[in-house]
Write a new protein. Sequence first.
Length: 292
Amino acid sequence: MTSCAILMTCHNRKEKTLRCLMSLFSLNNDSKLNGEFTLTCYLVDDGSTDGTYEAVAECFPQVKLIKGNGQLYWNQGMRLAWQTALREQKHDYYLWLNDDVTLYENAVAKLIQAYQQQNKIVENVGAMVGTLQEPESLLASYGGRAIKEKILPLRYGGVITPTEQAIECNFINGNCTLISAKSVTSIGILAADFSHSMGDFDYGLRLAKQGFSCWVAPHYFGQCSRNHYRKTFKSTKLSLADRILLIKKPTVLPPPKEWMVFVRRHAGIFWPIYYFNAWIRHFFPILWVIKW
């Protein structure tokens, strides 16, 4: 029987977290999976003060809850969930799942099946991405992306719209992505170098460097609204001081030192330019918040 660990982290989004878990267990339970897969959910509650931990424990006692220190953010919270899953038992797959995702019926089974089917066609499939839709427009919100120009390896296009066939991608969002145990054996888990963002992109690019490929699975797998807060630091409605504070939050922009690690690792021959820009942002943040 195939075993899949569901890896999640959350902080003060009780209603969204409960909705996600409801979609996971009501639409992706063992009976719907025809007994072919077993799901074990590992959820890091990173210091929530809105009663998330208690609500999950009451409504979903099958979830393995782990307490964070309130400073983990997405990447570090997912690392803790992954480390716990690896310690507890051996799994065949690991599904990154954001707590603001509402899954469609049989999404987990279909994602595993998409991986298995593609792995028969191409050797060393490292990750299979489940594309998500905006709730109202139903346009693709999160999924896989492709490099726009090979000479500039960090320039990528929009979220790939899934088709009837799997599509190879270079960058993977961590909202709903299946990772194989073989990938973990080869490159390990999410890197410790990142706090919130960039860990998912880094993982996909590291997979590629080890000869693995990443794919966008056919069809859509759920709904998830795109976050639009990343450009709020450009808003003239905020003071310069408030905008500078915003860009120092890991949830808005990757911290300069973390971005330096990422570009040094993946930006190719142009890494010094990206590195210098990060250095400027670190020491002269006002240049990043002025709307030119």
